[in-house]
Structures are given as structure tokens and as C-alpha cells.
Ligand binder design. Structure first.
Ligand SMILES: CC(=O)N[C@H]1[C@@H](OP(=O)(O)OP(=O)(O)OC[C@H]2O[C@@H](n3ccc(=O)[nH]c3=O)[C@H](O)[C@@H]2O)O[C@H](CO)[C@@H](O)[C@@H]1O
Ligand SMILES: C=C(OP(=O)(O)O)C(=O)O
Length: 421
């Protein structure tokens, strides 16, 4: 099994370029089922999750060609309409093909994604949306089947009980070819939703209000392929910002939309770490000492749940007591036990974690239970005295492109077990 070995204690120095955003790319690739001509996508990261969604599209009849960081996707003339468990189980975001398939083919049968290490993650809001657009949705044999009435989907007003990112994206993709107007209220405002809407609009869709709580979609008859460059990954950017902070380093995180990382920037600044905009990026200059702050995860523009684990690694070495509250997922503290094995003093009570710092972290064999938990362990390993050995690296590879190379370029002593380095 592949492992990451880190010998900690070196401050990071230099410049790192952030890759295209995983969470923007996945719905955007699913949206390539919608037009009648090919799409070209730029700055596509080389990640396990991207490969999985491409396999799903190929299974549905699309042709996908990668050359470097460019993907060209030829949509199928008549898409297949079933996505099997074998592909959906690898990655929950595979469910994002349901909206496009309903819009384009009038039916879809997708395996239920199931829960994962961070929570049960139901899809009821996606299904409520499809139902409100006039689809008949049935559940049986581990699969969701949805069929539109004759004449296709009809626009409607849909209120989401929670601003779910995936449900907002899936409903937008279903609604772009529907008859009439759809209004999504209490929609997710995440930048990845905006990027998807921009791509769809470039294909000829009529979407207004993406990035706000109310999104209005006027259905059109047909979409044409378009070229689109995905936004930079704000979570990867945030992770590198914490990497500089936790090692007392000094790095320029390049290719960042500063607005997207404001929630993380603000927390680091509040802790006493120097963070400023510089040449289209963000410079982070760590301090020997910084103090604890409370963190509460919230939908955008609140503090992102996808940065909670990384922030907890940093808080473990900050002076004082911090309370971290996870409001988005019900079970996103799997990293706590592993961070404790490295010396962190953290207690959890329900959705709160109390972190008492500062401690001297020490290297240990630890297990990446999920993507961001794995990132938190990498960060702790950068700071820890001695060697940290992280197993189940495939979780980390779902979301961080060329992580080992990028960290090495910043001066980290890191290698992937078995890569001969
Ligand atoms: C591929 C991708 O973009 N993943 C991101 C996306 O996941 P994802 O789109 O799955 O996250 P959601 O915003 O849908 O989930 C947020 C909360 O809503 C709940 N919920 C969601 C849908 C539903 O039908 N019913 C329901 O109850 C979930 O269980 C969770 O507690 O947004 C999350 C929240 O920012 C991020 O952590 C993930 O990295
Ligand atoms: C939770 C994440 O991704 P996913 O929704 O694909 O599981 C993440 O990117 O942190």
C-alpha cells in the first residue's frame, strides 16, 4: 500500500501554483453531457476523482481526450442512462450526472452513492428538485430511477432546506433544458456553483443569480459546446496557506482568486499570521508564535468545512484553547484521533472539538481516513519532529494534484513510499 513519508521541521519557502478546482471540475465535466457539440476544458487537475468522472462519462457514451491539463469531451448523441455502483461508489460526485441525463435523455438510473467517512450524506434535496421539475423518481435495488413526463422537465420554484452544493448543481443542470423558468431558493453560493453556471451560460444556457441565494434558470432548447478554464482550487490554496503557517515558512501561493480564500485568510490573520495579496496570489509569512481562534464551518462565504481538518492541525500548535464547530457534516472529526497520536490535545463533544495548544507534535504512523483528514496529517507531519508515515494515501490523491512534488519544491523532505526517491 502506498504511503507518504514526511520528515518534519523545515519551514516552507518558495512559490507554489494552485491547480484547477476539483469541486468545480467534477460538475463541469458532468455538464459536458448536455450540449450537442464538443467542449474543451482547461486547467483540469490530474486527480483520481477527475479520472472517475471521466470514466462515468465514457460509460454513458461520451468520448474524453486528455492532453496535458486540457480535456476535450465529445458528448454522446444518445447517452446511455445508467451509472453503475462500481463507478458511483468510488466517488459520490458521480451522482451529478443525474441532472444532465434527465435533461438530455429524459431518464436516468444511478446507483445510490451511500455515506462516507464524513457523514451519511443523503441526496434527498437532489431528488426533491427533480421531482419538482416533473420527474417521477423511484428508489429500488440500491438505485435511483428517474423519468420525465412526455414533453420533458418543466421549470418550477424549488426551495432547498439546506444550501446543498451538489443539489444546487444537479438541479441547475436539469433545469437548463427544461420548459420555462426554474427558481432555486436558498441555493448554495459556493464559487464552484458560479463556475458551473458560467460554463453553462457559455454553452447558451440562461442562468442568473449564481453566487447568490436565488438562482433563476430560463430553459433553452439546445446547448452548444464551449471552452472553459476552471477556477483555481480554493481548498488546495488554503491548505498551502496553512502549510506555510504551521512551519513558520514564507511562501507565495500563486493562481488564487483572493475573494475565494478570504474566510481562511481572515482566520489566519486573526491568529497573528501575516497573509497578504501579492501579484495575483497570496503571500503567507508564518510566525514562531500565533494564537488560537475559534472556527465554525458554514456554507460559503463562511469558513469551509473542507478546511476544518487542516485548521485543526494548525490550532494544535497555536497558543491557547480553540473551539472548532462543524456545522455542515455530522461526522467530520475522523482526523482527531490521528492528530492525537502525533501529540495534539483535542477533545470532541458532539459537533465541537476543543483544541488545547501549543503542543510539540511528533511523527508517528497515521492513517488518512478521508481526503481532508489526510491533508491535516500531512500538515501536522510538516511541523512534527521526526518521521510521519501516512497510510491510505489514495484519499489524499483524490484532491491534491502532484502534492509530493509541490511540497518538495517548497523544501519539504517528503516522499511517496515505493516511488524510489
Ligand atoms: C464534489 C464536491 O463539490 N464536494 C463538496 C460538496 O459536497 P456535497 O455537494 O455533497 O455537499 P452538500 O453541500 O450537498 O452537503 C452539505 C450538507 O447537506 C446535507 N445534504 C446534502 C444533500 C442532500 O440532498 N441532503 C442533505 O441533507 C449533507 O449531508 C451535508 O450535511 O460540498 C461540500 C460542502 O461544502 C464539500 O464539503 C464537498 O467537498
Ligand atoms: C468532501 C470532499 O469531497 P467529496 O464531496 O467529493 O467527498 C472534499 O473535497 O473535501
Amino acid at each position: 500500500m502506498k504511503r507518504l513519508i514526511i520528515r518534519g521541521g523545515r519551514p516552507l519557502r518558495g512559490k507554489v501554483r494552485v491547480s484547477g478546482a476539483k469541486n468545480a471540475v467534477l460538475p463541469i465535466i458532468a455538464a459536458c453531457l448536455l450540449p450537442s457539440s464538443p467542449c474543451t476544458l482547461e486547467d483540469i487537475p490530474d486527480l483520481a476523482d477527475v479520472n472517475t468522472i471521466c470514466l462515468v462519462l465514457e460509460h454513458l457514451g461520451a468520448r474524453v481526450k486528455r492532453s496535458g491539463s486540457t480535456l476535450v469531451i465529445h458528448p454522446p448523441e444518445k447517452p446511455a442512462t445508467e451509472a453503475p455502483y462500481e463507478l458511483v461508489r468510488r466517488m459520490r460526485a458521480s451522482f451529478l450526472v443525474m441532472g444532465p441525463l434527465l435533461a438530455r435523455a429524459g431518464r436516468a438510473a444511478i446507483s445510490l452513492p451511500g455515506g462516507c467517512a464524513i457523514g451519511s450524506r443523503p441526496i434527498d434535496l437532489h431528488l426533491k428538485g427533480f421531482h419538482m421539475l416533473g420527474a417521477r423518481v423511484e428508489h429500488g435495488y440500491g438505485c435511483i430511477q428517474a423519468v420525465t413526463a412526455r414533453g420533458g422537465l418543466r421549470g418550477n420554484r424549488i426551495y432547498l432546506d439546506f444550501p446543498s452544493v451538489g443539489a444546487t448543481e444537479n438541479i441547475i443542470m436539469a433545469a437548463v433544458l427544461a420548459n420555462g423558468q426554474t427558481v432555486i431558493e436558498n441555493a448554495a453560493e459556493e464559487p464552484e456553483v458560479v463556475d458551473l453556471a458560467n460554463f453553462l451560460n457559455a454553452m447558451g444556457a440562461r442562468i442568473k443569480g449564481a453566487g447568490t441565494k436565488v438562482i433563476r434558470i430560463t430553459g433553452v432548447n439546445e446547448l452548444q459546446g464551449a471552452t472553459h478554464t476552471v477556477i483555481p482550487d480554493r481548498i488546495e490554496a488554503g491548505t498551502f496557506m496553512v502549510a506555510a503557517s504551521i512551519t513558520g515558512g514564507d511562501i507565495l501561493v500563486d493562481n488564487v482568486i483572493v475573494d475565494h480564500v478570504k474566510p481562511v485568510m481572515a482566520k489566519l490573520q486573526e491568529m497573528g499570521i501575516a497573509v497578504c495579496e501579492e501579484n495575483g496570489g497570496v503571500r503567507v509569512t508564518g510566525r514562531e508564535e500565533f494564537h488560537a481562534v475559534d472556527v465554525k464551518t458554514m456554507p460559503y462565504p463562511g469558513f469551509p468545512t473542507d478546511m476544518q481538518a487542516q485548521m485543526m492541525a494548525l490550532l494544535a500548535v497555536a497558543r491557547g484553547t480553540a473551539i472548532v464547530t462543524e456545522t455542515v457534516f455530522e461526522n467530520r472529526f475522523m482526523h482527531v484521533n490521528e492528530l492525537r497520536r502525533m501529540g495534539a490535545r483535542i477533545k470532541t463533544v458532539g459537533r465541537n472539538a476543543v483544541v488545547q495548544g501549543p503542543v510539540d507534535l511528533s511523527g508517528a504512523p497515521v492513517n488518512a481516513t478521508d481526503l481532508r483528514a489526510g491533508a491535516a496529517l500531512v500538515l501536522a507531519g510538516l511541523r512534527a519532529e521526526g518521521e510521519t508515515e501516512i497510510s491510505n494515501v489514495y484519499h489524499i490523491e483524490r484532491g491534491y494534484e502532484h502534492l509530493v512534488e509541490k511540497l518538495r519544491n517548497l523544501g519539504v523532505d517528503i516522499y511517496s513510499h515505493g516511488d524510489g526517491a
